[in-house]
Design a protein around this ligand. Structure first.
Ligand code: PLP
Length: 341
């Protein structure tokens, strides 16, 4: 009976998460996070749909949990084409030309983790329909999930065949995520050895993680001020930083973006130097994403066409609805001092 009680709680969480994502509970597979969801989707599509063409279309600012599985497939004989995204503008003409050469998979994220740049999955699907492409469309929605209520974001599951999300981006626990797998899409399990998750993913379920995921989704959806609070802090920051630092600050804001992520660059101050100073004052930003913070290069910002000077000093701010106006002011004051280091 303990097992049944746990399963009921997990079922409830599945209903909460799937309804927020806009899919059926049976279309949602819980995973260990966004990384696993992306790996599982990409390897499955390549294995099940390669007959549509051993080609994969993606873009260079994708998260490493998308780019690395694709690189592995490339080493196993798949061809990979990267759509230019200069300045945050997805090159649809290039994309359509590439689709005409045949492909089994298109993998484009919803929102970029370093710049907040939003990609329009509705338009991407339209291009695929226009070119009669039979490729699967996968979307890494880890950063965008519940961060925008634009129609084409809310209806992601309508346009995509698989969608990855992660609990810790919306206040859930680390080590838990989910993959939407559209009804009818053929799926090759990534983790085998158990009948859990309708035999799609083996392994004892992470009940604590999934229940917390459901609760976190519920909290975000119930909080009517969630998006407005994030936007308010972002706007306060943008107004204050401009008068405090003037020419010393460069900000990359793609035309379409989520409000929770902002990429800035403090002229001539190396990212790490700035981060260390801010950290000593109890302010925690990052220079890239946690997953790629150990490498020196920043292919994501390069993909957007940002200059070497910008990248040298780039910082990524993540606004939460729990940040206060006072914290924004502290950050701006600290950045002003950091800009003179
Ligand atoms: N995709 C994006 C865009 C991310 O930002 C992240 C994590 O930061 C991931 C995937 C990986 O998700 P997880 O940390 O749940 O493995």
């Amino acid at each position: 009976s303990f097992g049944i009680a746990a399963a009921e709680k997990s079922t409830y969480a599945r209903v909460q998460v799937s309804s927020a994502l806009g899919c059926l509970p049976t279309e949602l597979m819980f995973t260990s996070g966004g990384t696993e969801s992306n790996n599982a989707a990409i390897f499955s599509h390549a294995a099940k749909y390669y007959r549509a063409g051993k080609r994969i279309i993606t873009q260079k600012s994708e998260h490493p949990s998308v780019l690395e599985p694709i690189k592995r497939l490339e080493s196993e004989g798949f061809e990979v084409d990267y759509v230019p995204v200069d300045n945050g503008n997805f090159d649809y003409a290039y994309f359509k030309k590439s689709l005409l050469k045949g492909a089994c998979l298109v993998s484009i994220m919803q929102a970029n983790n370093q710049t907040g740049c939003l990609f329009d999955l509705k338009k991407i699907r339209e291009s695929m329909l226009e070119t009669n492409s039979s490729a699967m469309l996968h979307c890494d929605a880890v950063q965008g999930f519940l961060k925008t209520d634009l129609d084409n974001a809310r209806n992601l599951c309508k346009y995509c065949d698989t969608v990855s999300i992660s609990a810790h981006k919306i206040g859930g626990l680390k080590g838990c995520g989910a993959l939407f797998i559209k009804k009818g899409v053929r799926f090759k399990p990534f983790i085998v050895g158990g009948e859990q998750e309708s035999s799609l993913r083996g392994g004892t379920e992470n009940i604590v993680g999934t229940v917390a995921f459901g609760a976190a989704v519920n909290d975000v959806c119930k909080n009517k001020d969630y998006a407005a609070d994030i936007l308010a802090r972002r706007n306060e920051f943008l107004q204050q930083i401009d008068s405090a630092l003037g020419e010393k600050i460069k900000i990359f804001i793609p035309k379409n973006h989520i409000n929770s992520i902002l990429n800035i660059s403090v002229a001539h101050v190396k990212s790490e130097v700035c981060l260390n100073y801010l950290s000593s004052r109890g302010i925690f930003l990052s220079a890239s994403s946690a997953c790629s913070s150990r490498t020196k290069e920043n292919p994501t910002l390069e993909a957007f066409g940002l200059s070497k000077e910008y990248i040298y000093s780039s910082l990524r701010i993540a606004f939460s609805p729990f940040n206060t106006s006072e914290e924004v002011k502290i950050l701006v004051d600290a950045l002003k001092i950091a800009s003179e280091l």
